[in-house]
Design a protein around this ligand. Structure first.
Ligand SMILES: N[C@@H](CCC(=O)N[C@@H](CS)C(=O)NCC(=O)O)C(=O)O
Length: 212
């Protein structure tokens, strides 16, 4: 069965559509929205009991969790999987770090600002979260100052999830002013045709406007 990707644009499903385009996997896109109740229907909850996008279906397999999906697709379809066990270890390390360390830290800046209705925004909370975000951002930037891409010398699967989450920064009032290696890397990742085809205009414009 052809790959099916559930999840509207401007959601974490962008990570999966980006990877599928990179790998040239044909897919059917079901743009399930998460803000209209579409992820709470019995049919959707049967696919993902968490009620979240993305979800994929492929040959009878149903998978959720964006970075688990991307690891699976990259393992199954040729093109971006590391060619050594060590390379796999680094891919797993950076993917799990992305989900457990970086993404919650970025989300903590976005939640009190751009993800809340204007009247419910909490700028002081966002400012405190931005201070905490500097910890994981320094780790990412340090890695990218040592090598061109996060988990190796060439673009890979870990870069997709990480780059997509770094594009959330403006929603939480953060900039990349302090992180030059991250700016260079993000421009390289987001400049790829697959990213240009998938990411929202606002993210593409933000990256295009970053200082060199
Ligand atoms: N850790 C999950 C998070 C998925 C997630 O929270 N997706 C959001 C959209 S980006 C969603 O579906 N939210 C709906 C909700 O929480 O009700 C993943 O990476 O796939």
């Amino acid at each position: 069965m052809m790959l099916v990707i559930h999840g509207c644009p401007e959601s974490r499903a962008d990570r999966t559509r980006w990877l599928a385009l990179e790998l040239g996997i044909p897919f059917r896109h079901v743009p399930t929205r998460y803000d209209t109740g579409e992820t709470r229907t019995p049919a959707f909850l049967a696919l993902n009991p968490n009620g979240h996008v993305p979800v994929i279906e492929e040959d009878g397999l149903v998978l959720w969790e964006s970075l688990a999906i991307n690891l699976y697709l990259a393992r199954r379809h040729p093109g971006l999987w590391p060619d050594s066990v060590q390379g796999e270890g680094l891919l797993f390390q950076w993917s799990l770090w992305a989900m457990t360390e970086l993404e919650p830290a970025i989300a903590a800046t976005c939640e009190p600002l751009g993800w809340s209705p204007y009247e419910a925004r909490r700028p002081e909370e966002a400012a405190a979260a931005r201070v905490r975000l500097a910890g994981p951002m320094a780790i990412l930037d340090g890695q990218l100052a040592r090598q061109p891409f996060v988990a190796g010398p060439s673009f890979g699967v870990a870069d997709i999830g990480l780059a997509e989450m770094v594009t959330w920064l403006p929603t939480g009032g953060s900039t990349l002013d302090a992180w030059p290696a991250t700016r260079r890397w993000l421009r390289a990742c987001v400049g790829r045709p697959a990213a240009q085809a998938v990411l929202p205009r606002s993210s593409l414009d933000w990256v295009a406007g970053l200082a060199p």
